[in-house]
Design a protein around this ligand. Structure first.
Ligand code: FDA
Length: 306
């Protein structure tokens, strides 16, 4: 099932045709408050009242022209103004291929640098991690920009075998890391494939980050997962190291385990919710379906009348 949906995520014909069907639009609404930034900002205001700040991301990837990338950068710059005006503690998360990485890395660096300097008042600009064709370039990009832009964070994926090395490589930069399991289709030669292996690596990487924090390295730790069993294990480990709850945060997706997001926030944990919005939701939504068979049933139920 996972492989089927990840294949669908890359299929151009389906990308053109599936989003036209009304039932897919109804189904995607569960994970996305709307197509525009204002819907995301409204959803963020609700979360903020529950003590949960947001991370905003406009969907879209693999853009092919400098004009498109400039439009995306401009959009995020305007969003940053709106976040500041609304006094949200909101941050943004971008895909490098949304800002030109496929054709002009210097241009992408200029866009990210500008967004980071404008975001400095609010917080971090996160770099999403895309498929493995981009891993090395994204890490190198981070190494290039982080020294002059302290408020940039990076996402690392526990399903990749290389990630422990990547983390060690980034520690001297005092990075902000969002650790996730990984949402793409990767070959077993470079990625763990069983859930047990991916989870075990997630735990090991989280332990490594907590240990770094314990030794005084100023690493920001974002646990990007809805896996409560893992979160509990990591919290237990942090407590045994004497680290306070403020030493890490839990990051979840809008619409996924919303009750747990609020429960954790009420329990004194730092929680952030990533809100995606925009019209280019097809590939992203297929990746959400790949994560959980129950979401497919939910999508199919939208076919039924009323
Ligand atoms: P897992 O898939 O094991 O799920 C644990 C439990 O959470 C499930 O049993 C279910 O209850 C619930 N759950 C998980 N996913 C669900 C869903 N879609 N719908 C309903 N329930 C669900 N990936 C990537 O490759 N690059 C990136 O940049 C990011 N960025 C990112 C940011 C943030 C804040 C999050 C939370 C996630 C990402 N991801 C990502 C996605 C990530 O790689 C992963 O695919 C999902 O988070 C699902 O994995 P879990 O860790 O939640 O565990």
């Amino acid at each position: 099932m996972r492989r089927l949906f990840l294949w669908m995520a890359r299929n151009r014909w389906l990308e053109r045709n599936l989003p036209r069907l009304p039932f897919t639009r109804r189904a995607v609404a569960r994970f996305m408050p709307g197509d525009d930034a204002d819907s995301a900002l409204n959803a963020a205001a609700d979360l903020q009242r529950a003590g949960i700040p947001a991370i905003f991301t406009r969907l879209g990837e693999n853009l092919t022209s400098a004009e498109e990338a400039a439009e995306v950068a401009e959009h995020y710059a305007n969003l940053e103004e709106k976040i500041a005006a609304a006094q949200h503690h909101g941050e943004i998360s971008v895909k490098l291929t949304q800002l030109g990485l496929d054709f002009d890395e210097d241009l992408t660096a200029a866009h990210v640098g500008r967004l980071a300097s404008r975001a400095a008042r609010n917080g971090t600009v996160w770099l999403d991690m895309e498929g493995s064709a981009y891993t090395e370039r994204t890490i190198a990009f981070y190494e290039r920009l982080k020294p002059t832009n302290p408020n940039i964070g990076i996402c690392l994926q526990s399903y990749l075998r290389r990630t422990a090395d990547d983390l060690q490589r980034l520690l001297p930069l005092e990075p902000a890391v969002r650790l996730v399991k990984g949402a793409y289709s990767e070959s077993p030669s470079i990625a763990f494939h069983t859930r047990a292996d991916v989870d075990a690596n997630y735990l090991a990487l989280a332990v490594l980050m907590l240990a770094a924090r314990r030794t005084g390295i100023n690493i920001r730790i974002g646990l990007g997962t809805h896996d409560l069993r893992l979160i509990e294990q990591i919290v237990g480990h942090a407590t045994s190291l004497g680290l306070p709850r403020s030493a890490y945060e839990v990051q979840m997706l809008f619409g996924v385990r919303a009750d747990e997001q609020r429960r954790l926030a009420r329990g004194g944990f730092a929680v952030r919710v990533l809100i995606s919005y925009g019209s280019a939701w097809y590939a992203w939504y297929m990746r959400r379906l790949a994560e959980r068979p129950a979401n497919v049933l939910f999508a199919l139920r939208q076919l039924l009348p009323g």
